[in-house]
Design a protein around this ligand. Structure first.
Ligand code: ZN
Length: 352
């Protein structure tokens, strides 16, 4: 488990060309590991899916007054939480929206009609359910009604960024949820599109490196820990690149990881890069990054006070943690690394 603090978001974006390049080439690849989300393969086409979502967000934006990147961010955040909790947050058949509202929250705790769809009686019992489609029915099974109702809750304190984040906190009572939604909104606004699923391998493919699956190996330093990640061995100074579209969530020293950087992506995954020799000086916490963008260099920092290095051979420690709402859990990044490496080789070949 990894806990980290919330830093403010700053501005700044570079490498738009690399981003566009990588984005184009990886369009249509699935966001998720097939083992975890087998349902993805049933989708007709991801780009159709994104187009449908975008139309829905824009319609709800018109109706609610909340800008579409915020609506998209709420929806995507909720989708990632449902994917982490499929039993308690079941997917709706044919759903476009990812938001999930429990029955009592929709109709109101004391409402005797649990499946109430009448906006007036729902309001009377202080449920959040509203009609977002214009048919005078507050239907918890309908994309428009669900998204609109949650948007209205988030807008309770106003639409300015600070007011909106207070509205989100009032709705979720979870600081992490607020942080995620603000991060996601920033990404959607910046790129002005929903499909930000492209990935790259963390090191340039032309560099010399080696890695194998080391998940769960015992660690010598810092007590009893298991190895939560994959070690990619490479020479000192080999560039380390973001594997995804995301936001720099953490940057700095950590006793285990040395100089390390953490990037949050739109699947609510935290990508952790450790033992760096240093960071790209332009990269700040809160910055937006794209797949392939250099964020630092391979080193051997860590296992001691700030600046400690050379206690082990230089390598990149790469870990991925999934935010499950209240806690984060690591999963083995090896299969994803292997897949991104293969896909990048394939598209580089195709370009020649
Ligand atoms: Zn490692």
């Amino acid at each position: 488990m990894l806990l980290h603090d919330w830093r403010r978001f700053g501005g700044g974006f570079r490498y738009a060309l690399i981003a566009a390049f990588v984005g184009l080439l990886t369009l249509g690849t699935s966001d998720y590991a097939p083992a975890a989300y087998g349902a993805d393969t049933d989708r007709p086409s991801l780009s159709d899916e994104y187009a449908k979502r975008r139309r829905l967000y824009e319609a709800i934006s018109l109706r609610s007054g909340l800008e579409w990147p915020y609506i998209a961010a709420i929806d995507q955040y909720e989708r990632t939480i449902s994917q982490a909790h499929p039993k308690t947050r079941p997917l709706r058949q044919g759903a476009v929206a990812g938001v999930y509202v429990p029955e009592e929250r929709w109709s109101g705790d004391l409402n005797p009609t649990k499946e109430d769809t009448n906006p007036a009686s729902i309001r009377f019992f202080r449920g959040i359910g509203q009609d977002g489609s214009g048919d005078k029915i507050a239907d918890r099974g309908k994309d428009e009604d669900l998204l609109y109702s949650v948007a209205v809750q988030a807008l309770q304190y106003g639409s300015a960024e600070d007011d909106f984040s207070i509205g989100l906190w009032e709705y979720y009572h979870n600081t992490r949820a607020v942080q995620r939604i603000m991060q996601f909104a920033k990404l959607y606004r910046h790129f002005n599109r929903l499909d930000l699923s492209g990935h790259t391998f963390p090191l340039p493919l032309k560099s010399t490196y080696s890695y194998r699956s080391t998940w769960g190996n015992k660690r010598g330093w810092g007590g009893r820990r298991i190895h939560e990640g994959t070690d990619i061995f490479a020479g000192h100074g080999v560039p380390v690149r973001s594997t995804c579209y995301g936001i720099i969530e953490i940057k700095g020293w950590n006793a285990y990881g040395g100089w390390r950087i953490g990037i949050r992506d739109l699947n609510n995954l935290y990508h952790y890069y450790a033992h760096l020799s240093g960071f790209d000086k332009n990269i700040q916490t809160g910055d937006i990054v794209s797949p392939g963008q250099v964020v630092g260099w391979v080193g051997s920092s860590g296992y001691g006070r700030p600046g400690t290095q050379g206690k082990f051979p230089p390598h990149l420690h790469y870990g991925i943690y999934r935010d499950r709402g209240l806690v984060e859990w690591a999963f083995d990044p090896y299969p994803l690394l292997h897949r991104w490496e293969r896909e990048e080789y394939k598209m580089l070949k195709g370009k020649r």
